[in-house]
Design a protein around this ligand. Structure first.
Ligand SMILES: [Zn+2]
Length: 140
């Protein structure tokens, strides 16, 4: 068996194992990331509470990934997405801010929640929301 065949068998085996299972949904991913953060924190803190939190988070993420009750996991994932919509929007905005930190700034309209991008370095400017025409002044 050469390397490619081995890789093929491994991938095939994994696909078969994961068949009919929930897999990596958004909620499982969030818990994996959370547990990874706890793991890193625990490298420095070495605290048993953090350790048990890590076990719980990682265990739950694993449970979700391997669960065969897909409809139930799907419903939970939808609830999770709805509950974290605001946070995910903010995180997404932070990501964009960071990516375009040299050229642009992003603001969220306080009235309608639209995301507005303005060029950086223009000083104090009045921004008009393209959706609801709300005006606000920001330093860019
Ligand atoms: Zn607006």
């Amino acid at each position: 068996m050469n390397r490619n065949q081995f890789q093929y068998r491994m991938q095939n085996g994994l696909a078969q194992f994961m068949y009919g299972r929930n897999g990596f949904d958004n909620m499982a991913r969030a818990f994996y990331i959370g547990s990874l953060i706890l793991l890193v924190i625990n490298l420095f803190a070495a605290n048993s509470v953090i350790y048990f939190l890590w076990v719980g988070m990682f265990g739950y993420a694993l449970f979700r990934t391997l669960s065969k009750n897909i409809p139930k996991r799907y419903a939970e994932n939808q609830k999770f997405l709805a509950a974290t919509a605001g946070i995910r929007k903010r995180l997404n905005l932070l990501g964009l801010q960071w990516r375009d930190r040299k050229t642009s700034r992003y603001y969220i309209c306080s009235k309608c929640g639209t995301q507005i991008r303005v060029p950086k370095g223009k000083g104090r400017i009045e921004i008009t929301c393209p959706r609801c025409q709300e005006k606000f002044i920001r330093r860019t």
